[in-house]
Ligand binder design. Structure first.
Ligand code: SF4
Length: 474
């Protein structure tokens, strides 16, 4: 087979927004590396480019990271070599810095005899400015990741102690970060003052676990204790837990897109269960947009829970009208030009017998570019669906995200240029509706002022520094 005919499946499959990363860390457990492996497995949906684990036994630090999925990166032999009762793990999708092994995390530096490793989820909006300043003062960077800036700032302030070094670092960096830093004997967890990305603490025997989402705690049977608070610095070492405030003030602005799309439905984030939130979105959609149709269906898996909510509230039957192929590998042969819709169809195939001559209502969680929806709707018409309607469980995405979600230019967003009616026309639907921002907020039970809604309303909670972009660091 011609090697050039093999392409990474992400080039062919429908383009969906992608998040930056998942973090999992263990303190005080003799099987720290293996637990971290399972934790990362549970967080694989947050990043599929690379995975890594760094461990420490109090003196020696070991690490392994590579490009690929968690089970591709680690095996039993590798995990056995990662000795120690502390482990820090990371799965990555790049939002700052290119997709390359050098940018895989955890990222580690040795400074004045101290080992510092970082696992970071989010996106700093002023990393390029801080980096330019540090380089002028002699710092040498190894990667193009914004996360490396955090470690350099930490290292420069280490003489005042870890706690102060973290607080001083947080006073300088701006944007979205949930992160964990590990030394030979201490873990430091921190969340930006806005609380954009989730991070929680769990207890496992006499040890502790930190994770991006609670579904990872469930897998290793750790007991959920609490979320790391926005602006909090939590230190875990042989003296137990110590929490301090970074002293940096900002309004809370938790990313609503984590609830809408990124987090796993079996996770609780920002004090909400994700499944319950998405079902509620569907119920509110039914309230806002009653439709006279024969059946409700999602495009799995994205619309599943809102579709359940719509069907529940409207009493219209719910059907799984398209079936998802769960066994798509990371690579497959590139289809020829004449088969260019293959990339979309390989993932979802409609059940003709269910949909022929029916008035169908599709529930989706978002429309980003509109091209995937258009292809799927064309397929439904081809197999004989009489009417095809769509409701989206959030408002139109009109503005890019600068805080760690991968739709960073307006050109990538169909709703930034087209009205709802024009999107309906483009996608070939009989009708199209979007949940209002008021109902979206209502579905959360979180006060509106504590949420980031910038990709819907353009009100960015942290100013964007000029020059910030995915590749602005090299
Ligand atoms: S702009 Fe949108 S995706 Fe980005 S942090 Fe805010 S709510 Fe989340």
């Amino acid at each position: 087979m011609n090697a050039s005919a093999i392409k990474n499946s992400t080039e062919l499959l429908p383009r969906r927004p992608r998040d930056k990363c998942g973090i999992f860390a263990v303190y005080g457990h003799e099987e720290a590396a293996k637990l971290t492996y399972f934790g990362l497995y549970a967080l694989q949906h947050r990043g599929q480019e690379s995975a890594g684990i760094v461990t420490s036994d109090g003196k020696n630090v070991r690490e392994h990271k590579a490009m690929g999925l968690v089970p591709e990166v680690f095996d039993e032999e590798i995990l056995n070599k990662l000795e120690g009762n502390m482990a820090l793990g990371h799965v990555r999708y790049s939002t700052t810095g290119s997709s390359a092994l050098v940018n895989a995390q955890p990222f580690r530096i040795q400074y004045a005899g101290e080992s510092l490793s970082i696992a970071h989820n989010g996106n700093l909006v002023n990393a390029h400015i801080i980096r330019a300043d540090l380089e002028k003062r002699g710092s040498i960077f190894q990667t193009t990741m914004d996360s490396e800036v955090v470690l350099h700032l930490m290292a420069r302030n280490l003489e005042s102690g870890l706690k102060q070094a973290m607080a001083k670092t947080m006073a300088q960096v701006q944007g979205a970060y949930s992160l964990v830093i590990m030394t030979e004997d201490t873990m430091i967890a921190a969340r930006d003052p806005n609380g954009f990305r989730p991070l929680c603490l769990g207890k496992l025997g006499s040890g502790y676990v930190l994770a991006s989402e609670t579904c990872a705690l469930d897998l290793v049977e750790a007991e959920y204790i609490r979320d790391i608070a926005p602006g909090e610095i939590l230190i875990i070492n042989q003296n137990g837990l110590r929490s301090i405030s970074s002293g940096v003030k900002s309004r809370k602005s938790q990313c609503i897109f984590e609830l809408i799309y990124f987090a796993r439905p079996d996770s609780n984030i920002f004090g909400q269960n994700v499944y319950v939130f998405r079902k509620r979105q569907g119920e509110l959609l039914a309230d806002e947009f009653p439709r006279d149709v024969d059946l409700v269906m999602p495009f799995p898996d994205s619309g599943n829970y809102a579709a359940i909510g719509y069907a529940h509230a409207s009493k219209i039957p719910l059907e799984m009208g398209v079936i998802r192929n769960h066994y798509i590998g990371r690579t497959f042969i590139q289809p020829s030009q004449s088969m260019r819709d293959f990339g979309v169809k390989v993932k979802l195939n409609p059940v003709k017998e269910l949909l022929k001559d029916k008035r169908v209502l599709i529930i989706e969680d978002s429309i980003i570019r509109g091209t995937t929806a258009r292809t799927r709707i064309k397929t439904l018409r081809k197999i004989g669906a009489r009417e095809v309607h769509m409701l989206v469980s959030c408002p139109p995405h009109r503005f890019p995200c600068h805080y760690g979600i991968d739709f960073s230019t307006r050109g990538e967003l169909i709703a930034s240029e087209k009205s709802v009616e024009k999107i309906r026309e483009f996608t070939g639907l009989d009708s199209l509706g979007y949940l209002s921002i008021n109902n979206l907020v209502k579905a959360t039970n979180i006060p509106r002022e504590d949420l980031c809604l910038a990709c819907f309303n353009g009100e960015y909670p942290v100013d964007i520094e000029e020059g910030a972009s995915k590749y602005c660091l090299g």
